[in-house]
Ligand binder design. Sequence first.
Ligand SMILES: NC(=O)c1ccc[n+]([C@@H]2O[C@H](COP(=O)([O-])OP(=O)(O)OC[C@H]3O[C@@H](n4cnc5c(N)ncnc54)[C@H](O)[C@@H]3O)[C@@H](O)[C@H]2O)c1
Length: 369
Amino acid sequence: MRVAFVGAGRVNFGWSGDPWDHATRLENINPLIPLQVVGIFDKNTELAHQVLKQRLEGTNRSETQRSIWKDAKIFSSLEAMIKEAKPEAVWIGVPPAAHGEIEKLCVSAGIHMFIEKPISCGTPETVEQIHKMLHSNPKVVVSVGYMLRYSKAVDYIKDFLSSRHLMPTSIMARYNTAYPSIGSKMWWDQRTSGGPIIEQATHFCDLLRYFGGEYDPKTVQAISVMSNEPVGLLSNVPEGVEVGVPEKYKIPRAVHAIWKFDSGAIGSLSHGVLLHGQKYHTEFEIWADGYRIFLREPYTSNCEVIINEKVVQFKDDDMYYTEDLHFLKTIQNPSLNLIRSPYADALNTYKLTWRITKEAKYQTTKAKL
Ligand SMILES: NC(=O)c1ccc[n+]([C@@H]2O[C@H](COP(=O)([O-])OP(=O)(O)OC[C@H]3O[C@@H](n4cnc5c(N)ncnc54)[C@H](O)[C@@H]3O)[C@@H](O)[C@H]2O)c1
């Protein structure tokens, strides 16, 4: 299969220590599904050349891994890549504000898309338009990168609940970022990232929906700590990332949100941009009749599920590999329908993150008046 990348940055190519990196997953999926990378498009062509060179020449790569890159070319325009390289599928890993035109060009050329979250940072109406456009060609397979839906630990909890006919009563997600390690200016400006709920906590909002189902938008309440409040002052912000960003567009330092699901269950999210060092704190908890189900560090190899007193570890799981494999297998045989995060569903997660962001800003500003 002829595949290509849109975006030569971290999510597609990984930097040292990143758990993501679709390029390596594709190298490892080949030859189970024979793949040939035919193009890399990035506005920053220098970076694209650099990552391709690393893939072709880097040490610690087997011949099979290197072989998928031998026909790859670098492109400075997507139109040119589509016309000349003719990819059948693309991995789209670009900043949130860059979505829309890319999807439009790909769908009209009939190219299958793996789209990294978040699917946008625009208004929900803008994203509805992208959805309609994608829907116009139902033959195009679209998968959105909510990789936690492919995690074995998440599968384990799903099976546990369904085998006991248990419905969650209360679901809580907590995410605290080690902020000094985030050096991207885009991330620290709400105009380009949408803010940390849209850009980052979206994974947990999606997981809350994956377990809780749909929610009533009218019940969403949220509040935040803004960057200029005494308790929002941070001592270790990477140099330069907030220079020139007006106060109102700086990201909140903490957000709490609550809402009610259509099932009647209640959901809550706490997000913080407060930790130093490298290590994030991520945990997800479900309470149901007789049970506390706790998912710890779902992003890492320390991932474990604790159900009341029982601990189950999930050390060797690679959910990024699984989501890429499911996408490719569904392209090969659409009737398998292995996509766990189709665009229509990701759109509902996007609407939840948008609502929390707006509600938090409104409530917080009102409280300060
Ligand atoms: N699922 C995950 O675990 C995960 C992990 C990391 C990042 N992400 C998401 O992936 C997306 C990209 O993040 P990243 O860390 O790779 O960012 P990055 O800044 O490292 O890379 C983005 C690349 O996109 C390029 N780009 C920007 N606008 C473009 C355009 N219009 N056309 C072509 N190229 C363009 C940039 O030059 C850059 O090289 C973000 O939305 C992020 O939230 C997801």
